[in-house]
Design a binder for this molecule. Structure first.
Ligand code: GLU
Length: 496
């Protein structure tokens, strides 16, 4: 249990609705979610839309879709509801205004009337905000306000001394107060900044553990000071490591497309994982493995198993390079282990999207041939789309596909034409029988198995890469297989 076991565990994910979800954000959310689930607590989604200029319509829907796809259920949040709502910050403005005012009244925050031009001048002369309104009297402030001068509310950060924060994975972190500015809490339009809004919300939403990206660590002393000024008991904090680009340099960016060693583009946005044909279970496993270890040298585990073991304290504080190569491997493990019907259900829409009309019985027969061969669901199209194409419309592939290594057109024709009567004579067209008889045939005619099997594969599938030749021929059936071999022979003759 948590070291404050009397307090129910409540964690939150608090994204700004600025467009598609970056996988780094999802990974931060995941750690908060796993922790809440481990402790039987609640996981809350809160939308931080106080920077209205950056808000992108439709972001919430995309966030919810990603969570649903991954199987990360939300206990409270927009569209879900809950006792501590609303869960969208722009609907809570009065609350932030009340607390900002309270801080001004108690003297830990102040109204600042510096204009945009004033601030630009301060920046031009090389400094930050020079605190010029920090110590004006209440009367002066009232007078300026009465004149209709716009103002922001700033926090009075202590000018000296140190602030010590405790982070669950970083331990005590000590900051020099003099390094910090008097941050804005409330803007002149009445909207709060992140600094004020998230604290007011974390308090009112009874968040027990704040988990957020390490980018917020420099603001940690400011946040501690604000919590203390408000006189509220602080939650526990974890500043989570972030994902770096695959080469280990710089934060994983969604703007620059990254390329993996095999030239495929690297998915970074949540919906790109769906589009690329990854299974949600594999993506969950993949993300859980970054910066956290299941232990026992196990890399493949279910979400439920991760929940049982997950502790925030075990998260490695170091940022990690995005181990994208692992994802294909993990995904292929999940594909191999999936039940045939389950995998068929997931492959069907991919084939349909590629324009194939999918017969369910045929798909169920094909799936076992694919399980050890697919890295992603999308691979099914190139690997096995031919099964679902119109068989009557099948055409022999180009000669360079038909002709195998160290063979010429005549040799390919000899191999294929000799194979037809052998295949016709088989009592049983099962793949094992075909295999042994064709191996014997290869020996008889003085060719390697690879040359004979490859010629047949090319003839019946039209491709160089496919599921195993004889399993494929078994599914196509004897008549169709032989018809295709004859088409190949004809093509070789016409093109010779
Ligand atoms: N809205 C903030 C962000 O997107 C939330 C940070 C936090 O979790 O406190 O970075």
């Amino acid at each position: 249990m948590s070291n404050r076991s009397e307090i129910p565990v409540r964690t939150r994910y608090a994204p700004s609705p600025t467009g598609p979800q970056h996988i780094g954000g999802i990974r931060s959310a995941l750690f908060g979610w796993l922790f809440a689930r481990h402790h039987g607590g609640q996981f809350i989604l809160r939308i931080e839309d106080t920077d209205q200029k950056r808000s992108v319509p439709g972001s919430l829907e995309r966030i919810l879709e990603s969570f649903e796809w991954l199987g990360m259920d939300i206990d409270e949040g927009p569209q879900v509801g809950g006792d501590y709502g609303p869960y969208i910050q722009s609907e809570r403005l009065e609350l932030y205004q009340t607390w900002a005012k309270r801080l001004v009244e108690q003297g830990t925050a102040y109204k600042c009337f510096a204009t945009t031009e004033d601030l630009a001048e301060m920046r031009a002369s090389g400094g930050g905000y020079d605190r010029r309104y920090r110590d004006i009297s209440a009367e002066q402030a009232d007078r300026l306000e009465a004149q209709g001068k716009p103002y922001v509310i700033r926090f009075k950060m202590p000018l000296s001394g140190q602030t010590t924060g405790v982070d669950m994975i970083r331990g005590e972190v000590v900051f020099e107060n003099a390094q910090l500015q008097d941050a804005v809490l409330l803007k002149s339009d009445g909207f709060p900044t992140y600094h004020l809004a998230h604290i007011v919300d974390d308090y009112h939403m009874k968040i027990s553990h704040v988990t957020r990206a390490v980018e917020w660590l420099p603001s940690f002393p400011l946040h501690i000071q604000i919590w203390e000024a408000l006189g509220w008991e602080k939650p526990q904090f974890t500043h989570l490591p972030v994902l770096l680009n695959p080469n280990g340099k710089g934060k994983l960016s969604k703007r620059k497309q990254q390329f993996a060693a095999d030239g495929k583009s690297v998915p970074v946005l949540a919906h790109e994982f769906i589009a690329a044909g990854y299974l949600p279970e594999a993506v969950m496993n993949f993300l859980t493995n970054i910066g956290w270890n299941f232990g026992d040298n196990r890399e493949v585990f279910t979400t439920q198993e991760a929940i049982e073991r997950f502790q925030l304290e075990d998260v490695n504080p170091a940022n990690s390079a995005y181990p994208i190569a692992k994802l294909d491997w993990l995904n292929s493990q999940y594909i191999q282990d999936a039940a045939v019907d389950d995998l068929a259900r997931r492959l069907k829409p991919v084939l349909e999207a590629a324009g194939y009309a999918v017969d369910d019985d045929l798909l169920r027969r094909v799936v076992p041939l694919l399980q050890v061969r697919l890295k992603t669901l999308n691979d099914v199209v190139a690997m096995a789309g031919f099964f679902f194409a119109d068989w009557q419309a099948f055409e022999a592939p180009p000669s360079e596909v038909l002709i195998q290594r160290k063979m010429d057109s005549a040799a390919a024709a000899t191999v294929l034409s000799g194979a037809i009567p052998v295949l016709q004579r088989l009592d049983d067209f099962g793949s094992e029988t075909q295999h042994s008889v064709m191996a014997a045939y290869a020996k008889d005619i003085g060719y390697k198995n690879g040359q004979v099997f490859g010629s047949l594969r090319a003839a019946v599938t039209g491709q160089r890469v496919s599921p195993p030749t004889f399993e494929t021929m078994e599914i196509l059936g004897r008549t169709e297989s032989i018809r295709r071999i004859e088409l190949a022979l004809q093509a070789l003759k016409e093109r010779a």
